[in-house]
Write a new protein. Structure first.
Length: 352
């Protein structure tokens, strides 16, 4: 642990570097410290912080910049979330105060709000599908042999997939298959639709002369409904925030962000790896050096969970530069997770 004075110096350097992106000298620190300390004493303390690995020199005559270890100490013990401004508050309220027809619309809008407010890349995963029940399955014809399979759940969400049926499939066969599937599924939760349930439906389809293609439709649309939906917004912000100048690396980073299942696993990986020493916040911060991809070594990932009671728990996240203003971003995420949870609870209440 550092002394109180060393902590104040480290915090001052990080706050100044966040604003200017320039190395910080002892005179600058002296003018900003809340206590009276000579420039010589500050220089000596900066040498100690450098020896401890919390500060770095960019060249021999420069001031200091925070190291990854310096940021880690700051995030674990010193950072204090800042309350959002009135203008940010009103923007969040305005963008969330609209008629949403599905949970996924709310989650998707959440990523847009966070990206707009921060100019970073935002992620949001909806609440887990706990106690969500199937209310209907339909197959809608689109053309001669193309159809849309639609699954509706009791939270108002609609999942659909487009398929091409064999040419010999009749409308009567489709209607019988849909009736059989609905008889088996309506009232069941998504978690109840297991392999045993699907095998039973397959047997009945075969016994009644229906093609097993209908089971393929059903399995795919249920898989989509039961999987965690990950939304991303602000990918273009990576151009300014990643610190990557190599076009091939930047292309690889875009490909990484576009793989939603991979990003879902990636964002969830920090739950068991970061011990949050800071009692002031629920937000977890991964610095680039702590993440499993070298493409993100100049970035930081902030994640926080939100709870929607019996409807489950979701996650929101921000991917930005390692020198982002953490106090502001953590304060924003702390506030936003509560607003998002309240909006979802309001939706569930209205829908019921």
């Amino acid at each position: 642990m550092l002394t109180e004075r060393q902590e104040l110096i480290l915090e001052t350097i990080i706050n100044d570097f966040t604003q200017t992106h320039e190395p910080v000298g002892s005179k600058t620190v002296m003018l900003q410290l809340p206590i009276k300390v000579s420039s010589a004493t500050i220089r000596n303390e900066m040498v100690v912080l450098e020896d401890l690995g919390f500060l770095e020199k960019t060249h021999s005559s420069s001031g200091r910049v925070p190291s990854a270890s310096g940021y880690r100490y700051y995030l674990d013990y010193l950072v204090d979330p800042i309350e959002i401004s009135d203008s940010v508050y009103h923007q969040i309220i305005k963008q969330l105060d609209q008629p949403f027809h599905q949970v996924n619309e709310i989650i998707e809008e959440a990523t847009k709000i966070l990206s707009d407010l921060t100019n970073y890349t935002a992620f949001a995963a909806g609440p887990e599908n706990i106690d969500i029940y199937i209310t209907g399955f339909r197959i809608v014809p689109l053309s001669a042999n193309r159809v849309m399979a639609i699954l509706v759940t009791d939270d108002g969400n609609v999942q659909n997939q487009i398929y091409t049926l064999p040419h010999h499939t009749s409308g009567d066969e489709v209607e019988k298959a849909v009736a059989l599937i609905n008889k088996q599924l309506i009232g069941k939760s998504l978690t109840d639709v297991n392999s045993g349930c699907l095998n039973q439906i397959a047997k009945e389809l075969v016994s009644r002369g229906s093609a097993t293609i209908f089971l393929d439709l059903l399995q795919d649309v249920i898989k989509d409904a039961a999987s965690e939906q990950m939304y991303v917004n602000g990918q273009i912000n990576l151009l300014n925030n990643s610190g990557i100048n190599d076009l091939n690396k930047l292309r690889s980073l875009y490909q990484l962000i576009d793989q939603k299942q991979l990003m879902s696993d990636f964002i969830g990986f920090d739950t068991n790896q970061i011990i949050n020493h800071n009692s002031h916040t629920n937000v977890r911060v991964h610095l680039g050096s702590e993440m499993p991809s070298k493409l993100l070594e100049d970035c930081s990932l902030l994640t926080v969970d939100y709870s929607v009671g019996k409807h489950g728990t979701g996650t929101i996240a921000l991917l930005g530069p390692s020198n982002m203003p953490y106090s502001q971003m953590i304060g924003l995420l702390e506030y936003f997770r509560n607003e998002l949870a309240n909006k979802l609870l309001e939706y569930y209440g209205d829908f019921k």
